[in-house]
Design a protein around this ligand. Structure first.
Ligand code: NAD
Ligand code: ZN
Ligand code: ZN
Length: 391
């Protein structure tokens, strides 16, 4: 089959790779009908994650049709079912899964020892997301093996098109969890750094959860326009105004009740133990290129407010403003999204018309054109917000 593979830093290519097959009784094989490129894929693209190998199949946002099922799959899935698959791989049975903490499942990362070296404890396996996250082949492909299919794959009725449900795999639950972590009270003001797909859905979810006003911060006017026109947010372009001063003015001097970092380590690959010396040097330089979203979020939040750090980080982040964080009684919450917890309720909201996630799609491409999709998405060309792939 054809699949989009990581080749070298800043190089991906569509190559012929072996078809996936059932390896364990709770596996399914899914024929992918739609897939997407995520901001998280950009963290792999640039080569800062050291456990990528040439030929690794990328992609963790996908949906399709079950073409093969292991004999141990519970929960009534059938060959021919149309499913959307959550990006963290989770067994459903371990202590973490039982608490609904699917992205830290204790049984789905066969390379846990590798991850423990970097993080202390291992998170769950993730499709197409480096060997440290389990080394699973991803869904920017014609077919993909889905372990623990009865936990990860949600059956979708035929009346909802792929565009409306594909993002249940990641960015919609991620944005929703980002807002949920803020513990929003009716009328609260929520600020969101980053107007990518995650930021757009975090802003929309903040309104769904009762926020009175949402302020989205980015530097790309077309992304900020989307946040205004499609989500109803106010916006700040951080290249035009000072973010901390402007937020203060917009909130009667107090600061937002909650601040969501939907940026992550973009341009801020701190000098982590993970990185080789030459990468660390580039990283330190990148640290000074533009404001650091997480630091701004902490410094601008009102006293006693909440920071929701949903953007992805690896290694260490230097110059964490601990003094401001501690003395002002802030709370910080974070995590890879526990997607399986949110898929069903969000599918309900889509069905009821409370949210239509397809508004973020700006590009639809063939699988063969995935490398071009990475290019356009990475460089924010052609007003790109989200690339959908049709294998
Ligand atoms: P994206 O690249 O499309 O969007 C990131 C946006 O942040 C860009 O528009 C960029 O201009 C903006 N930005 C950069 N620096 C900024 C700054 N200092 N202030 C304000 N905005 C700034 O990516 P995305 O797909 O929306 O993903 C966003 C982040 O969420 C990534 O770090 C991704 O890895 C992470 N993510 C996390 C999870 C999770 O489970 N926690 C899941 C999916 C994605
Ligand atoms: Zn993602
Ligand atoms: Zn588990």
């Amino acid at each position: 089959m054809k699949a989009n593979c990581w080749i070298a830093p800043n190089r991906v290519a569509v190559e012929d790779v072996p078809d996936p097959r059932i390896l364990n009784p709770r596996d399914a094989v899914v024929r992918v009908t739609s897939s997407a490129i995520c901001g998280s894929d950009l963290h792999l693209l640039d080569g800062f994650v050291p456990t990528m190998k040439r030929g690794d199949v990328l992609g963790h946002e996908f949906m399709g049709e079950i073409v093969e099922l292991g004999e141990g799959v519970r929960d009534g899935l059938r060959v021919g079912d149309r499913v959307v698959v959550g990006f963290p791989i989770a067994c459903g049975d371990c202590a973490s899964c039982q608490r609904g903490l699917y992205s830290v499942c204790e049984n789905s990362n066969p390379n846990a020892a590798m991850a423990e070296l970097a993080m202390g404890h291992a998170p769950a396996g993730i499709f197409g997301y480096s060997h440290m996250m389990g080394g699973y082949a991803g869904g920017q492909a014609e077919y993909v093996r889905v372990p623990y299919a009865d936990v990860g794959a949600l059956k979708i009725e035929d009346d909802l098109p792929d565009e409306k449900v594909l993002f249940l795999s990641d960015v919609l639950p991620t944005g929703y969890m980002a807002a949920e972590l803020c513990d929003i009270k009716p009328g609260d003001t929520v600020a969101v750094w980053g107007a990518g797909p995650v930021g757009q859905f975090a802003a929309a979810s903040a309104y769904l959860l009762g926020a009175g006003s949402v302020i989205v911060i980015d530097r790309f006017p077309y992304r900020l326009r989307m946040a205004r026109d499609k989500v109803g947010a106010e916006t700040i372009n951080y290249e035009e105004t000072d973010v901390l001063d402007t937020l203060r003015e917009m909130t009667a001097g107090r600061g937002p009740d909650a601040c969501i970092d939907a940026v992550g380590m973009e341009g801020h690959h701190a000098s982590a133990a993970l990185h080789a010396y030459d990468r660390a040097k580039q990283a330190v330089k990148a640290e000074t290129d533009r404001p650091h979203a997480l630091r701004e979020a902490i410094l601008s939040c009102r006293n006693g407010g909440t920071i929701s750090a949903i953007g992805a980080y690896g290694g260490f982040i230097d110059k964490f403003p601990m003094g401001s964080f501690m003395n002002r009684s802030l709370t910080m919450r974070s995590g890879q999204a526990h997607v399986q917890r949110y898929m069903r309720p969000l599918l309900e909201r889509i069905r009821k018309g409370e949210i239509d996630p397809s508004f973020v799609i700006t590009h639809t491409m063939r699988l063969e054109d995935t490398p071009q999709g990475y290019d356009v998405f990475k460089h924010k060309q052609d007003e790109c917000v989200k690339v959908m792939l049709r294998p």
